[in-house]
Design a protein around this ligand. Structure first.
Ligand SMILES: [Zn+2]
Length: 185
């Protein structure tokens, strides 16, 4: 997998180098910068900024179609944060989405319906202890893609590896999905 190399930002220091730090969420290496992070998808500031750039790239170019939902799902499950009502629901619904899209191969519209159906009964979701490692691919690898085709391919691999990282909870996710009444089993 491509290393982090696509750095062309204002964070480059006087010596021409960028300090990279490891994101405590996904484990990827990102520029050490000042900046905001998400309220409950806990990450380093550089990781959050990189995710924003990846989303911007996808939203402004139709060649990235097909990467959108998988990107959002993969990022969310790699950054579960701490137990809270919002983080529990976020991780559960994005794992359900990955299950639908990757294991069942459903169309995006069907996955969206499945997530909506599952979201109607949030009380059955519980905090799932996050895996120790989140898989070898992070949003840094997606950011480093040089073409739209490469970007979309890396997003698919990223989503698969993020889903695999949560293997200890696959049965829980599948059961949760089943009981949501989504007719795709
Ligand atoms: Zn991260």
């Amino acid at each position: 997998m491509a290393p982090w190399f696509a750095i062309s930002r204002s964070e480059v220091g006087k010596n021409g180098r960028v300090d990279l730090i490891r994101c405590f969420g996904c484990g990827g290496l990102f520029p050490k910068i000042e900046g905001p992070t998400h309220r409950y998808m806990a990450s380093s500031t550089g990781c959050w900024a990189t995710y924003g750039e990846v989303l911007a790239r996808q939203y402004t170019n139709a060649n990235y179609a097909g990467a959108g939902q998988l990107t959002i799902d993969a990022y969310a499950v790699q950054h579960p944060g701490r137990p809270s009502a919002q983080s529990i629901q976020s991780v559960a619904l994005h794992l359900i989405s990955l299950c639908l899209l990757l294991e069942r191969g459903v169309e995006l519209g069907t996955a969206t319906e499945g997530i909506s159906a599952a979201a109607k009964d949030k009380r059955r979701f519980a905090w799932l202890a996050p895996p120790e490692t989140m898989g070898p691919i992070t949003v840094a690898n997606v950011h480093a893609a040089r073409t739209a085709a490469e970007h979309v391919a890396i997003v698919r691999s990223w989503a698969s590896s993020a889903w695999s990282a949560w293997a200890a909870h696959h049965v829980t996710v599948r059961d949760g999905w089943r009981s949501s009444g989504v007719a795709c089993v």
